[in-house]
Each structure stands twice: as structure tokens, then as C-alpha cells.
Write a protein that binds this ligand. Structure first.
Ligand code: SF4
Ligand code: SF4
Ligand code: SF4
Length: 364
């Protein structure tokens, strides 16, 4: 199922719910405003210089592998990137009218207040923690990847290259560091203080203060304050967010209200929901297993063919070597026979010389 289809499906479900009963749409207008005192990060895009130090720090604190292109290679900014299983955060460059001053935007999981990833996860592998972090428990994950389809920010990445127990990978808000009283790795490493960590409410106040103080510098909007019901990462910018690859079409409704509303209005669907998802998961899992089995069989057949070919080639090679060896031996034998057939020095001496030598012996 593609992201577009899935979101379209959510939209259709929301529409159906609105038709089925007023309670569904009423329920969807109320949403969670975040745990009191929960934490977040304010990314002031106007301060970011695109140095990628945050990317480096993120890989270090999360023990992620070194990238193919080193962190000090800024040519990676020539292409817009997304997060991967080896990069929980990436910085992208956006060229504006002022070519000399591009804009840099850091992206990672936004730790939504009501996460779409958690709402579609029927085994509850994703959870919104009281700290503000959206956590992921790999031991519960069944690998259905609905979270990837549901995320409106296109963030979770899957370990496709891992044969056993692949995980969904994304920014953790550095929860293990926060619990020890440390700053998230990226925040601690930013040389321009483009990232500020703290209680979300305080970050919103600080963002408003900056906008009021420097109205010429900032657009009058805090991205993440209300988008999709609000996120723990917040953004300030000098340029409209739509010019910076950030979605402006998300609205203020949290994703779960789009599914919870219609689902709560139709009790039978509530009961069927996990069954339905489990069924879809089982089918996709079966497809994956069949595909994996086919891959294994194809590899085995290729290896068998290669072995057969190798055997034939080895036999041909052996035959050729034997023939060459035989030819070399024959040549040596022929040379030896020719050598042996040649007359010796003595045999070459003329008969008169022999007669004269014998006569000289008699005279003595
Ligand atoms: S470390 Fe700070 S300035 Fe450098 S790219 Fe990251 S957010 Fe921007
Ligand atoms: S940004 Fe995506 S992955 Fe992160 S909490 Fe929100 S929905 Fe989940
Ligand atoms: S909060 Fe931690 S995991 Fe998230 S982007 Fe920053 S360093 Fe990476």
C-alpha cells in the first residue's frame, strides 16, 4: 500500500465517519495538547549554516555507521535527502532568490503530540512518552511498516538490508541522554545555537518573542505549534515553510482523530480494526515470505548453474593442460632423441687422421 493510497484511505474514512454520526466529528475536534512540561527542540532555521555537525553528533550518540560521504563533505547538500536507517537526521539546502544565502533545514522525527505512526501501530510498538519523545520498541514490532506509510513527514526508515530482525529507525529525541540530564546530541553539537532544547511551552514562548522582536527576520508562524495537532520539534524561518520542503497542507487535526472518529462511531469496525490490520499484515507477510523463498530458490538455482558451468570449465582446463603437458613432453623426448642421434666428436674424425695417428703409435 503506498503512502498516497493510505492517506487517501484515511481521508475517505474520515469523510465516511462524518456522514455516519455527529459524535465522530465532534470527537475529532478535541485533541491531546501534549503532556505538561514535555520537552522539545526549537530549530531556528535562520541560524543554521548547514555544517552537518548535528548529523555527525547524531550518528555518534546513536552508534550509527559512518556515512559513505564524510560529514565534512558538503557536496551532499546538492541533493535533497531524507532520513534513512543510518541517518536519523539530515540537513537540506534550499536555494532562494538570494543565491549567496541559501537556507538550511534540519529534518528528523518531529515527535508529534499525537503521532500518526503510533496510531496505526496495532501492536503498540510506538508510544508517546511523557518526556515528549515518541519511542519505538523493536521487540514488539511485527514489521508491517504502516508507521512508514502513515507518517506525514516521511520519517521512519526500515532496515531493508538486514536479513534478521530488521527495525524501523528514527530519531529518539535522544531519550537515553535526556534521562541522564544531557542535551540531545545534535543540540549539544550545533555551533550556531540553531537548536534549543527545553519544555515545549517555553520554546513556543521563546519563538514568539523572537518573531515579535525581529518581525523583519521571521515569518509570523511557528511550524509545529499546530501542524497535525502539534509536534515537539518546532521551527522558525525567514522564508515561507512551503519553500523549504515542509508540508503546509497538513492542517491542525492530529492524524489519530482522522481514524479514531469514524472508527469510534462504528463499533463493529472498532472490533474489526485489529483483525483487519492483522489480516492485511498476514497477507503482506505471506507475500514477503513467498518473495523471500523465491529469492532463495533463484539464488540456489543460480549457484547450481554456476557450479555446473565451473565444473565444465575446469574439465576443459584440465584437458587443455594435459594436452599441453603431453605436447611439451613429446617435444622434450623428440629433442633428446635428436640429440642422441647426432654423431660424437670422435665419430666425426676423418679416417685418414685416424690411420696417421695409428702409424705414429707403431713407429714409437
Ligand atoms: S549543527 Fe546547527 S548550524 Fe550546523 S547544520 Fe546542524 S543545525 Fe545547522
Ligand atoms: S514525525 Fe512521523 S515518525 Fe515522528 S512521531 Fe510524527 S508520525 Fe511518528
Ligand atoms: S535528538 Fe538525538 S536522535 Fe534525534 S536527531 Fe538529535 S541527535 Fe539524533
Amino acid at each position: 500500500m503506498t503512502r498516497r493510497k493510505f492517506l487517501g484511505w484515511i481521508g475517505a474514512a474520515a469523510g465516511a465517519g462524518a456522514v455516519m454520526g455527529g459524535s465522530a466529528s465532534a470527537a475529532s475536534t478535541k485533541h491531546f495538547k501534549g503532556y505538561p512540561g514535555s520537552l522539545g527542540v526549537l530549530h531556528d532555521i535562520t541560524r543554521c549554516i548547514g555544517c552537518r555537525q548535528c548529523e555527525r553528533a547524531c550518528n555518534t550518540v546513536n552508534a550509527l555507521p559512518e556515512p559513505q560521504q564524510p560529514f565534512d563533505d558538503l557536496s551532499v547538500l546538492n541533493q535533497e535527502r531524507r532520513t534513512t536507517s543510518h541517518a536519523y537526521t539530515v540537513v537540506n539546502r534550499f536555494q532562494g532568490e538570494d543565491k549567496a544565502h541559501p537556507t538550511f533545514v534540519k529534518i528528523q522525527c518531529n515527535h508529534c503530540l499525537e503521532p500518526a505512526c503510533a496510531s496505526v501501530c496495532f501492536v503498540k510498538a510506538f508510544r508517546k512518552d511523557r518526556t515528549g519523545a515518541v519511542t519505538y520498541d523493536a521487540s514488539l514490532c511485527v514489521g508491517c511498516r504502516y508507521c512508514m506509510i502513515a507518517c506525514p513527514f516521511n520519517i521512519p526508515a526500515y532496515e531493508y538490508n538486514k536479513a534478521f530482525t530488521p527495525r524501523v529507525m528514527k530519531c529518539t529525541l535522544c531519550l537515553p541522554r535526556i534521562e541522564k540530564g544531557l542535551l540531545p546530541g545534535c543540540v549539544a553539537s550545533c555551533p550556531k545555537e540553531a537548536l534549543t532544547f527545553g519544555p515545549r511551552e517555553k520554546l513556543i514562548k521563546e519563538a514568539r518573542r523572537r518573531i515579535q522582536r525581529f518581525p523583519q527576520t521571521y515569518v509570523d508562524h511557528i511550524y509545529g505549534e499546530t501542524e497535525m495537532g502539534g509536534t515537539s520539534w518546532l521551527y522558525l524561518s525567514a522564508r515561507p515553510f512551503g519553500e523549504l520542503g515542509m508540508r503546509e497542507d497538513l492542517g491542525i487535526q492530529p492524524a489519530p482523530s482522522l481514524t479514531a472518529g469514524p472508527l469510534s462511531a462504528v463499533p463493529i469496525v472498532v472490533g474489526l480494526w485489529p483483525v483487519l490490520l492483522t489480516g492485511i499484515y498476514a497477507i503482506s507477510r505471506r507475500k514477503d515470505q513467498i518473495a523471500a523463498q523465491e529469492r532463495i530458490e533463484a539464488i540456489a538455482a543460480t549457484v547450481a548453474d554456476a557450479n555446473e558451468e565451473m565444473k565444465v570449465k575446469l574439465a576443459e582446463l584440465k584437458d587443455k593442460m594435459n594436452k599441453e603437458k603431453e605436447a611439451a613432453i613429446n617435444l622434450e623426448v623428440k629433442k633428446a632423441l635428436e640429440e642422441a642421434a647426432k654423431p660424437s666428436e670422435a665419430e666425426k674424425q676423418p679416417a685418414e687422421e685416424i690411420g696417421a695417428a695409428e702409424k705414429r703409435k707403431e713407429e714409437k
